[in-house]
Design a protein around this ligand. Structure first.
Ligand SMILES: Nc1nc2c(ncn2[C@@H]2O[C@H](COP(=O)(O)OP(=O)(O)O)[C@@H](O)[C@H]2O)c(=O)[nH]1
Ligand SMILES: [Mg+2]
Length: 252
């Protein structure tokens, strides 16, 4: 079994990718399964046999403890560590070859606290990886693109797992898509866009952040992806197989 955690900021398309792409993987002959790790989800666009809400629901916690949505989500995140064994045994019962795990909408509650990485660690001893979503609508501005790179680096430092970047909701981009693909392939093109399109503090900030990212030696080349047009499905699949499985399919 290989576990793939889908991470990204709120609204970046984690749940929809989890649902649509898992279904597509099944059509490719993979024994894939979608898993919901978001205790705050009201509805999810896929059916999940393994679902954290079987044990913890933000809505119920809010009612029971008189909390707001953020307080409820924080408590739920902490509680998830206590039921990770149950989730792990649920996963084993179904035994897919790939589990695609949808994570909480509010990434900072999960991924930027210990809980995310600890759950990843305790859920399974088997292979694990991360898909990180660059939200296309947000990242079309060069400053925001650099910020997305920063978030992706932070996730990578937290989880210490092989990671693939995806440019989600790419169907929302017009001609910009080609330019943004260039930013992923060649950092100098991103630097040129920063110089051309930003001024003042935003420009300085982006330039300095780029310098740090270059110094870290990390590279992101997000795969343009859309659940609406199936853009990037084949590329993401072959990248997953290459990065996570050394080129083999997940189901043998
Ligand atoms: N145009 C477009 N919209 C998308 C795509 N993926 C998700 N969305 C929409 O973006 C919003 C947030 O998606 P969701 O999967 O719930 O994001 P999450 O908070 O990261 O789980 C929803 O309204 C989705 O229908 C996509 O590929 N293209
Ligand atoms: Mg979601």
């Amino acid at each position: 079994m290989y576990l793939i955690f889908v991470l990204g900021t709120a609204g970046s398309g984690k749940s929809e990718l989890t649902g649509v792409f898992t279904r597509w993987l099944e059509l490719q002959g993979e024994n894939a399964m979608a898993v919901n790790l978001d205790p705050g989800a009201i509805s999810i666009p896929y059916s999940a046999n393994v679902d954290v809400r079987d044990y913890i629901k933000v809505e119920s916690l809010m009612e029971e403890y008189g909390l707001g949505p953020n307080g409820g989500l924080m408590l739920a995140s902490e509680m998830m560590l206590e039921i990770v064994e149950q989730l792990s045994s649920d996963l084993d019962d179904f035994g897919p070859d790939i589990a695609i795990l949808d994570t909480p909408g509010q990434m900072e509650m999960f991924a930027f606290r210990d809980v995310g990485a600890r759950i990843a660690e305790e859920l399974s001893d088997e292979g694990k990886g991360v898909i990180y979503l660059f939200d296309a609508g947000f990242s079309r501005d060069p400053l925001n693109y650099v910020m997305s790179m920063f978030l992706a680096s932070a996730i990578s430092n937290r989880f210490l797992l092989p990671q693939i970047s995806v440019l989600s909701k790419a169907d929302l981009l017009g001609d910009e898509l080609e330019e943004m693909e260039g930013w992923g392939e060649d950092p100098m093109l991103l630097e040129a866009a920063i110089d051309a399109r930003l001024t003042g503090m935003n420009r300085l900030m982006s330039q300095d952040m780029m310098e740090v990212i270059n110094r870290l030696g990390v590279q992101f080349n997000p795969i343009p992806f859309s659940t609406r047009t199936n853009l990037g499905f084949n590329r993401l699949y072959s990248e997953m197989s290459r990065v996570f499985m050394g080129g083999e399919p997940f189901t043998t």
